[in-house]
Design a protein around this ligand. Structure first.
Ligand code: 5GP
Length: 203
């Protein structure tokens, strides 16, 4: 059974969530530049790529038809609709990596995170919050997000912030490098703890 193989491998599953514009992508890309041994899971989306985004690197960009077909085939670990677009985590990737003992990090929304928590009760959930909603508004304005889109995303952000209580860790992103350092430490400590447990079991 996959579940048994995954738990035997003792690989760790981390989830990073937070409102749009909070800096999750930058935090994750900075984390991946460090010495952390962790695999990022590239997820599916039906939304169009942003100018800087690369298919297969940032997301697997697919049509709604492909999304529905993959959903039917049971290819998703979880899926969610966020702001009118569909997103999903590939089941095979996560299960295979965990089974092989590789730690995985998912950057997904709060609905997906709650589903992952049900499927993997040991998953480590980290929520990144903005210093304030006003700060989030300013960040989106700087990014050139259209005003009506800002209002819509702020409403979603408010609802998402309410879900932060279900996460083990809440980090307020006041300063990027400080936040990266904090997430790094959470991951490293969990890995060290797991490794120490393995060593003492081997003695
Ligand atoms: P964006 O369109 O800004 O890249 O992402 C919108 C939201 O969808 C973000 O909160 C992002 O973390 C989330 N997201 C990305 N991939 C997935 C996924 O596979 N599943 C779920 N549930 N959310 C995702």
């Amino acid at each position: 059974m996959v579940e048994k193989a995954v738990s035997d491998s003792q690989a760790l599953l981390f989830v990073l969530s937070g409102p749009s514009g909070v800096g999750k992508d930058t935090i994750l890309s900075e984390l991946l530049k460090t010495d952390l041994k962790i695999r990022k899971c590239v997820t599916y989306t039906t939304r169009s790529p942003r100018p800087t985004e690369i298919d297969g690197v940032d997301y697997k960009f697919i049509t709604l038809e492909e999304f529905n077909r993959l959903k039917e085939e049971g290819a998703f670990l979880e899926w969610a609709e966020v702001g009118g677009n569909f997103y999903a985590t590939p089941k095979d990737f996560v299960e295979e990596k965990l089974k092989n003992g590789e730690d995985v990090i998912l950057k997904i929304d709060v609905q997906g995170a709650m589903r992952v928590k049900e499927l993997f009760p040991n998953a480590i959930l980290i929520f990144i919050a903005p210093p304030s909603l006003e700060e989030l508004r300013q960040r989106m304005e700087k990014r050139g997000t259209p005003p009506e889109e800002i209002e819509r995303r702020l409403k979603i952000a408010e609802r998402e912030m309410d879900m932060a209580k279900h996460y083990q860790f809440l980090i307020v992103n006041n300063e990027l490098l400080e936040t990266v350092e904090k997430v790094y430490r959470i991951i490293k400590e969990a890995q060290n703890k797991r490794d120490a447990g393995r060593e003492s079991a081997a003695k």
